[in-house]
Design a protein around this ligand. Structure first.
Ligand SMILES: [Zn+2]
Length: 344
């Protein structure tokens, strides 16, 4: 089959690899119908060291089950399913606590002998715990929105959940990528009435307003912090959803959060040093966030997509075939595209 591999910074290719096959009785084989490129795929795109045999790519996909192992009970051949960006048993103690990304038996796509979603097919380990059946036809117009359940919508929701966003909390969202925009949508869905979106790209922040942002601040750094403080009577907001992952975004979060507030991070941190001293301690701030257990949220978030209450799939502004994934990476990297959908 054809699959997307990365061989180093800026070096993405679509190559022939052996067809995936069932290995365990708990596996399923899924033919990918839709996949996408993630903002986090751009991190290795910028800094991956050259690797002769490369690494498979993609952790967001939905597709049709081609074959299920004998011990798979919840999905069968022909079912349309969505996969979260991690696989898990969904039964261990961590999974039952809603922390599927810490599953005792789980793992992530593109590691070991498990491939990735930017391919024609994927072997899915622990299919019962990982795959969720979608109650729509494989040609449904809802598919792009349902695809966001595999990562970006669940991740934006996780940022808001970890920050305990509710109708009484004011919110700042840092970042106008797909996760940031869906953090806006999630905060609105959880009842927040004041949502300040910090982002510089007007077409993206316009979509953010559509998703529920009440204010947009294009300035960054000290200037952006001053703007948010001005909008909030000098105090900042109760919650800050940091959806970027770079140190300046964390510093911006420290600057705009209200005393006693919560900074919730879901942008994968590209730094290991940051101020956790008096700036965090002195105002009784809480720092939280991490890899979203999106499997935990799929059943909760799906009904609003099915009945049209929300349309998170609006984050996709370009659709390409599998052969064009190298150009999809380039387009996202150069910010020509917000989020690229791949139809193998
Ligand atoms: Zn588990």
């Amino acid at each position: 089959m054809r699959a997307t591999f990365m061989y180093g910074a800026g070096d993405v290719r679509v190559v022939d690899v052996p067809d995936p096959k069932l290995k365990q009785s708990t596996d399923a084989l899924v033919r990918v119908v839709q996949a996408c490129i993630c903002g986090s795929d751009l991190h290795p795109y910028h800094r991956m060291r050259a690797k002769a045999d490369g690494t498979s790519m993609g952790h967001e996909f939905l597709g049709v089950v081609e074959e299920a192992g004998v011990d798979v009970a919840t999905v069968k051949a022909g079912d349309l399913v969505v996969a979260p960006f991690a696989w898990q048993d969904n039964t261990c103690d961590f999974c039952r606590e809603g922390l599927q990304t810490s599953c005792r038996h789980g793992g992530f796509w593109n590691s070991g002998d498990v491939g990735g979603g930017q391919a024609e097919a994927v072997r899915v380990p622990l299919a019962d715990g990982t795959l969720v059946k979608l109650p729509v036809a494989p040609d449904s117009a809802l598919l792009p929105s349902l695809l966001t359940l595999s990562d970006v919508y669940g991740t934006g929701h996780h940022a808001a959940v970890r920050a305990q966003v509710n109708p009484r909390t004011t919110v700042t969202v840092i970042g106008d990528g797909a996760v940031g925009l869906l953090a806006v949508l999630s905060a609105r869905r959880l009842g927040a009435e004041r949502i300040i979106l910090m982002g510089r790209h007007k077409s993206r922040t316009d979509l953010g307003r559509d998703f529920g942002a009440t204010d947009v601040v294009a300035e960054r750094g000290e200037e952006g912090i001053a703007m948010v403080r001005e909008l909030t009577g000098g105090d900042g907001t109760h919650t800050v959803l940091e959806c970027v992952g770079h140190l300046p975004a964390y510093e911006q979060a420290l600057g705009v959060v209200r005393a006693g507030g919560v900074i919730s991070r879901v942008g994968v941190p590209q730094y290991s040093d940051g101020d956790i001293g008096w700036k965090l301690f002195g105002r009784n701030l809480t720092l939280t966030g991490g890899p979203a257990p999106v499997r935990h949220y799929i059943e909760e978030l799906m009904p609003d997509i099915l009945d049209g209450t929300v349309e998170p799939g609006k984050v996709f502004d370009r659709t390409i075939g599998l052969a064009d994934t190298p150009d999809g990476y380039r387009a996202m990297d150069q910010r020509e595209a917000l989020k690229v959908l791949v139809r193998p």
